[in-house]
Each structure stands twice: as structure tokens, then as C-alpha cells.
Design a protein around this ligand. Structure first.
Ligand SMILES: [Zn+2]
Length: 341
């Protein structure tokens, strides 16, 4: 396909990219996992830079409290409770209509991650928790794909490239104590500045350009910064010869038995419930059932229900985000009471 490369001229005159690099970018496919603060900033930059195919994967919907840092969204998106992947795709297509933008509204888990990232050249981490990063790490090393970790909380951020090379350390080498359900500070409890996420996302997007164009200047260590106290530095990460993932090729986070499960969502007083097995949801019949007991509205992506006690946001695949539930068990019983099991 012949493209008008003129729109990329300021990037192409930069000698490290040039026309050859630009053509490589246009032929590349990346997956951005998580389209929140990091993911919107990353996909905005990569879309403008002309990465040819950008897949946006996110399970959540836009709310007003996102707009402080998630720069692709506006008040209209929040008012319409659009899924973040869909809202981001709408805006990105207006920025660059000559590339492919592919939104996917789903939870990323051990059972679907490989099919979500297969065929991509690179995965970018726009998520907000260690559990999903361990799953990304396993899947990328198994499929021998590079991925770029990014984390941001309050005014501190860090990023690291995880490369599928024999001698390179992986995410687990850098964070050996990370676990699927470890409780860390989250952006809902301690906050995060929009500037922090933008700096981290800029580092991730820059490394993405280097990896996709085959540059030799790819960063080989972990970068960290605190933009409030003006600290910045690098940490060398050694490959652990006993690392289960990159040294022994045991991808344990991908082999969890498949069940129904729940997760608490960062940034909101909410729990996500995913029912076991294939579920297909008919919004109009559920709306009929629930409308006598509360307020129901739905669009083609999501049904929202609220009464004096709960707020349920249900997606077409049966997944639900339940607000104000006391804990994950309470969310499960709310799900079966209102939606069914
Ligand atoms: Zn490792």
C-alpha cells in the first residue's frame, strides 16, 4: 500500500529513523495491554508515529475520574460509559486514519493472552498491577516476543524492556517477589499524577520505536524516576540463573486452572466478576428482568444497572464490574443474585 509519508517527515529526517525506519514502523503490529493512563499516552504517540497496526486491549470503561491523566478521553466518553478500548480507537482513528486500530474489550487472563498477542511484534504494558505483568511476562517469553514494562504511582515511575534473548533478564528477574495477588499500593489509595504516567509512557514509546526499527540503542537496564523529588537513575538487572520463567522456561502463570474468578480493580471501589465458561448475554432480556427493581440503561457494549445498594456494569461476554461491593465474595453473590450464574 502506498502511503503519504510526508506526515512523518519530522520523524524521518531524524537520521536514526529515516525512510527505512518509517517503513518498518508502518509494517509493524503492536499490542497495548491496558488503555488507561499509560496505554492512552503510549497509543497516542505510536499512532502519530505511524506504527501500522495497534491493538488496544482493555476491560474497563471511561469515567470522569480518568480524565485527569488519561488524555485520549473526554467528558462525552465518560458520560456514555464507553469501553476504554473503543473510546481510544475512536479518537486515534481521527488522528491517523491510514493505520489499523483494533480495539478489543476484554479482561486479559492466562487463558486468552496468547491468542491476544500472537502475531504482534511487540507488547506494551499499560496495566496497573503485578499479577497481569507476570502473565504478560510468561506469554511473551513463551512466544519469544519483546515487551516493555511500565509502572507509575504517585510521582514515581519505572520502565524496563524485556527481550526474548538468551542472556537477557526478564520481569521476574527484576521483581522476584512479585505475586499474582500481592497487595501493593495502588493509584486508588496513594494517587498518581498525569505527568508521571506521561513520562513513563514516553520512555516506553521511545523504546518501542527502537525495538521496531531494529536500533542498537535499546535500553538494557531498568530506568526509574521521581519527578517530584527530582531523582532519576538506572538499575542493572542481572539474569537469575534459577529464574523459573527465562532460565527454566516454566510458564506457571499461564497454567492456572480455568475457573470463574474475581479481581479488585485499581482506581475504583469495584470488583470484576468473570463467570466460568462461555456466556452470551442478551441485554434486552436482562434489562426487562432488572428494570422493575432499579435503573437500567444499555448501549451495544455495556449494560448498567443500579439500585440503592449496588451498581453493576455488565459486558456482552458476561463479565461484570460491580461497584460498592464489600469484597470479592460479596461481588460474586451480587452477580448471581442479579444476573444469574
Ligand atoms: Zn527471568
Amino acid at each position: 500500500m502506498m502511503q503519504n509519508l510526508n506526515r512523518y517527515s519530522r520523524q524521518m529526517v531524524f537520521y536514526e529513523i529515516g525512510q527505512k525506519g518509517q517503513e518498518r514502523l508502518l509494517a509493524s503490529k503492536v499490542a497495548v495491554i491496558g488503555v488507561g493512563a499509560l496505554g492512552t499516552a503510549i497509543s497516542n504517540l505510536l499512532c502519530r508515529a505511524g506504527v501500522g497496526h495497534i491493538k488496544l486491549v482493555d476491560r474497563d470503561y471511561v469515567e470522569l475520574s480518568n480524565l485527569q491523566r488519561q488524555t485520549l478521553f473526554n467528558e462525552e466518553d465518560a458520560k456514555n460509559s464507553l469501553p476504554k478500548a473503543v473510546a481510544a480507537a475512536n479518537h486515534l482513528r481521527q488522528i491517523n486514519s491510514s493505520i489499523m486500530i483494533e480495539p478489543v474489550v476484554t479482561d486479559v487472563n492466562p487463558w486468552n493472552i496468547e491468542s491476544l498477542i500472537e502475531g504482534c511484534d511487540l507488547v506494551l504494558d499499560g496495566t496497573d498491577n503485578m499479577g497481569i505483568r507476570l502473565i504478560i511476562n510468561d506469554a511473551c517469553l513463551k512466544l519469544r516476543m519483546p515487551w516493555i514494562y511500565g509502572g507509575a504511582i504517585t510521582t514515581t515511575g519505572m520502565s524496563m524492556n524485556i527481550l526474548p534473548e538468551e542472556e537477557a533478564p526478564c520481569f521476574r528477574c527484576a521483581f522476584p517477589n512479585a505475586g499474582l495477588h500481592a497487595s501493593h499500593d495502588t493509584c486508588s489509595t496513594v494517587g498518581v499524577l498525569g505527568m508521571t504516567t506521561h513520562i513513563v509512557a514516553s520512555y516506553q514509546a521511545t523504546e518501542a520505536l527502537k525495538i521496531l526499527t531494529g536500533s542498537e540503542d535499546i535500553r538494557r537496564n531498568l530506568i526509574y524516576m521521581d519527578i517530584w523529588s527530582n531523582a532519576m537513575g538506572y538499575r542493572d538487572i542481572k539474569k537469575n540463573p534459577d529464574c523459573p520463567t527465562c532460565s527454566h522456561h516454566e510458564f506457571t502463570f499461564l497454567s492456572q486452572p480455568r475457573t470463574s474468578y474475581t479481581t479488585s480493580l485499581c482506581g475504583k471501589d469495584a470488583v470484576q466478576v468473570i463467570p466460568f465458561g462461555e456466556t452470551s448475554i442478551d441485554f434486552s432480556s436482562i434489562a426487562k428482568k432488572l428494570s422493575p427493581i432499579g435503573t437500567v440503561k444499555f448501549n451495544k457494549f455495556m449494560l448498567s444497572f443500579s439500585d440503592s445498594r449496588v451498581e453493576i456494569n455488565l459486558f456482552t461476554d458476561g463479565r461484570a464490574i460491580i461497584k460498592h461491593a464489600k469484597d470479592e465474595n460479596a461481588a460474586k453473590s451480587i452477580y448471581s443474585e442479579y444476573i444469574g450464574s
